[in-house]
Design a protein around this ligand. Structure first.
Ligand code: PLP
Length: 448
């Protein structure tokens, strides 16, 4: 067995077995997410080995598939959750309250109701609040459990302006107010356990100075807070560890990031906590899609595929680069049929939006209708951000692990897309007939 802590720091798309991926697309249909749980385990272990003195909480939002959560929980990770639904998933994956942090960002009332109920059964759960209002709303519900404060350190970093959260007014209490807010929370009976910030997502090695500056501020703040509230259990510096999406990009120097983090934090009598998401799952996943159209447009060749911005939104939303490989062309080349010529191609999905393109004018082997393409580094924020725009059902997901491959989530159908509407129609007809109350408590439960 591979020593997972020494596993390669990136699995490139070219290293996936083309024949196996094509077989999966034939068997399970297209588009299809494929996730390798062994790679998820390797990525987690490598991170945990680089940060031996830290608690590692996997950020569930990157990929909330039950198989991913149970794999990481078994490997020793805690789980950081962004909603009541994610907390429910974490509990179902076997995590105990003490292994779960719920980070509340302008939390809907239903989420807080559900979390406070869950806390009664799991009192070791930690809630991270990012505003005084959230603390008040927790108190209104009788919550006086473990409380962490999300602060806004005023420093952002990351691969795109939309993921640089550290300085965005939306997130956290301004760091300079944190001591007062936590002193007040402690007076009100909350169990103040930590401070938290997340500067952004996709941070690269060349942003280490910003990372150092941010962690140093967190260290200073932890010392100030500890002086007032009498000690903290942890300082959570969030996630954001970047992965190389471009084929020629170097992977993050994890050891340097870990050293910089430890140095910058300085002496604090609290455990370091990190919340990686992308780093754990990105290169463990690929998205398979089939070519259905090849069109010579005026200025480029457009290659139409059956996955789109509803399947993987990152290129449309963040201008994100994802490697693309023509599995059919690669298989033909390795069986001796010769290499296909490469030409600039624009790979576009079926959504009626000009932004629905995976790449523009990229040099790829000439595409043919029916070819199977693989889009790499699709394990993080891929399926999680998939949606049903244009009434497109979401794709299936298969997982590979423990020597076999199995369906982890079936493909949605148009009936799934229409179900809430049809059910509402049926309910209102029944209401008219029976005078039943329109909405029961369970109708309003967000995680029923
Ligand atoms: N923690 C928090 C609070 C976040 O908002 C995020 C991502 O948005 C993460 C952790 C994980 O970030 P990444 O996937 O870049 O590691």
């Amino acid at each position: 067995m591979t020593d997972v802590a020494d596993s390669p720091s990136i699995r490139r798309l070219s290293e996936w077995d083309a024949a196996e991926l094509r077989t999966l697309a034939e068997e399970y249909g297209s588009p299809l997410y494929v996730l390798d749980l062994e790679r998820v385990r390797q990525n987690y272990r490598r991170l945990a080995a680089a940060f031996p003195d830290a608690d590692v909480l996997y950020a569930v939002k990157a990929n909330a598939l039950g198989d991913v959560l149970s794999t990481l929980h078994e490997a020793g990770a805690g789980l950081e959750c962004a909603s009541a639904g994610e907390v429910k998933r974490a509990l179902e994956a076997g995590a105990s309250g003490s292994e779960i942090h719920y980070t509340a960002v302008n939390p809907p009332a239903g989420d807080l109701d559900w979390i406070v109920d869950a806390w009664e059964d799991h009192p070791a759960l930690t809630v991270t609040a990012g505003s005084v209002d959230t603390i008040d709303r927790l108190a209104d519900r009788g919550y006086d459990g473990r409380l962490c404060l999300r602060v806004n350190p005023g420093i952002g970093a990351g691969h795109h302006e939309k993921v640089r959260t550290g300085a965005a007014a939306k997130f956290g209490v301004p760091a300079e107010r944190a001591v007062d807010v936590l002193a007040d929370a402690a007076d009100r009976g909350f169990d103040v356990v930590g401070i938290h910030a997340h500067v952004g997502s996709g941070v690269s090695s060349d942003q280490l100075d910003a990372h150092r500056e941010f962690v140093a501020r967190m260290g200073d703040l932890a010392r100030d807070v500890a002086g007032v509230v009498g000690g903290l259990e942890f300082v959570d510096v969030g996630g954001g560890f970047g992965v190389p999406y471009h084929e020629d990009e170097e992977p993050l120097a994890l050891e340097s990031v870990a050293d910089a983090t430890r140095d910058a934090l300085g002496a604090v009598d609290a455990r370091l906590t990190i919340e990686p998401g992308r780093y754990v799952v990105a290169d463990a996943g690929v998205l398979l899609t089939e070519v259905n159209t090849v069109k010579d447009a005026r200025e480029t060749t457009v290659v139409g595929v059956d996955a789109g911005m509803t399947t993987l939104i990152r290129p449309a939303m963040y201008d994100a680069y994802h490697p693309i490989r023509n599995l059919t062309a690669d298989a033909a080349a390795s069986s001796g049929a010769g290499e296909r010529e490469t030409v600039p191609q624009t790979v576009a999905g079926p959504i009626c939006e000009s932004g629905d393109v995976f790449c523009a004018d990229r040099e790829l082997p000439v595409s043919e209708r029916g070819d199977s393409l693989a889009i790499g580094n699709a394990g993080a924020y891929g399926y999680e951000m998939a949606n049903q725009y244009n009434s497109r059902p979401r794709p299936a997901s298969v997982v590979r692990g423990d020597g076999d491959v199995r369906l982890a989530r079936r493909r949605e159908t148009v009936a799934d897309v229409m179900r809430p509407e049809r059910e509402a129609r049926r309910t209102s007809v029944a209401d008219r007939k029976t005078d039943d109350p329109r909405a029961t408590d369970s109708d309003n439960d967000p995680v029923r």
